[in-house]
Every structure is written in structure tokens, then in C-alpha cells.
Design a protein around this ligand. Structure first.
Ligand code: UDP
Ligand code: MG
Length: 155
């Protein structure tokens, strides 16, 4: 099943929006298969944002991404790379439509709440960057059969 990487950025964590954003992914039906809080450093950011090296905002975005811890999430689901990107909305949150995460929670280009991998290839690379194999989990979503005891199922 397809997986993607989400990073809840420092603005999301420090504005107490992490729960709301995670809840949206859960309600959509995507499965959390990995999750951790971490403090980003220069080497990880240089790698993660290598496509932006040389841009005038590169130093600014690195400073911002180190300003508070982030929450890394591995999501799994049907076409979840594209689905998660659509749920984020475009990079410039002022242009993001209401109903998208950036559209509902931000007015900023830089502090735009979250990162989501932009292709299957990036997702595979980025998941490896943030999660070891043992930090990614495989489990079934709750169902009557999976969460009730044998006695309870008898009714
Ligand atoms: N960014 C910025 N100014 C810009 C473009 C991007 O500060 O003009 C920041 C913003 O936080 C964005 C991140 O750099 O999310 C990565 O840029 P990218 O183009 O990969 O956008 P994304 O894939 O996050 O929508
Ligand atoms: Mg990007």
C-alpha cells in the first residue's frame, strides 16, 4: 500500500494545531503507520530542502524549521501521496482554498503548517530519511472482529 511523509512544521506544533491536522488525516481514512517528534538540524534540512538551495528564502526556511520541534508522520492509504498533497493545498497558504489544511489554518507562504511528499519517489526517499524500518508499523484498522474480546462478541 502507498505511503507518504507528512511533517507538522514548527508553526503547527507551537500553535496547538497538531491534533486538528492529524485528525483530518484520520477522518479521511488514511492510516498512521509511524509518528514521532523531533528537532530538525542543519544537515537534515540541507538534505530535505536540497531542491531549494540557492533560493533567497533558504536561510529563512531553515531558521523557521528549527524554531520548535516538528512531528513526522508516515501515512498509508490508497493514492495517499496525491490525496495528502490535495488536502494540504498549495504552498502559498493565502492562495489555498478553504477546506484545505493550509487554507484553513495559515496566511503564510513559509509557515504553512505542514510538509507532504510531492511524488511517490520523493515519499519513498523522505520516509527513509525520517523513519527506520522498525519505526514503521503494520496493523489492521479497528473493526468489531479486531477490538472486541471473544466473550463480548458472543454478545
Ligand atoms: N517556501 C518559502 N517561500 C517560498 C517557497 C517556499 O518560504 O517562496 C517554504 C515553504 O515553507 C514551503 C517550503 O519552503 O512549504 C518548501 O517549498 P516547496 O516548493 O517544496 O513547497 P511545498 O512542497 O511545501 O508546497
Ligand atoms: Mg515540496
Amino acid at each position: 500500500m502507498e505511503k507518504t511523509l507528512i511533517l507538522l512544521k514548527p508553526d503547527c506544533v507551537s500553535r496547538d494545531l497538531a491534533g486538528s491536522v492529524i485528525s483530518r488525516f484520520e477522518k479521511k481514512g488514511l492510516k498512521i503507520v509511524g509518528l514521532k517528534m523531533l528537532q530538525l538540524n542543519d544537515s537534515l534540512l540541507d538534505e530535505h530542502y536540497s531542491h531549494l538551495k540557492g533560493k533567497p528564502f533558504f536561510a529563512g526556511i531553515k531558521k523557521f524549521m528549527k524554531s520548535a520541534p516538528i512531528i513526522a508522520i508516515a501515512l498509508e492509504g490508497l493514492e495517499c501521496v496525491e490525496v495528502a498533497r490535495a488536502m494540504c493545498g498549495p504552498t502559498n497558504a493565502r492562495k489555498a482554498a478553504p477546506g484545505t489544511i493550509r487554507g484553513d489554518y495559515s496566511l503564510s507562504v513559509q509557515s504553512n503548517i505542514l510538509h507532504a511528499s510531492d511524488s511517490l519517489e520523493s515519499a519513498q526517499k523522505e520516509l527513509k530519511r525520517f523513519f527506520s524500518k522498525s519505526e514503521l508499523f503494520s496493523y489492521e484498522k479497528a473493526s468489531f472482529a479486531s477490538i472486541y474480546s471473544e466473550d463480548e462478541k458472543k454478545g
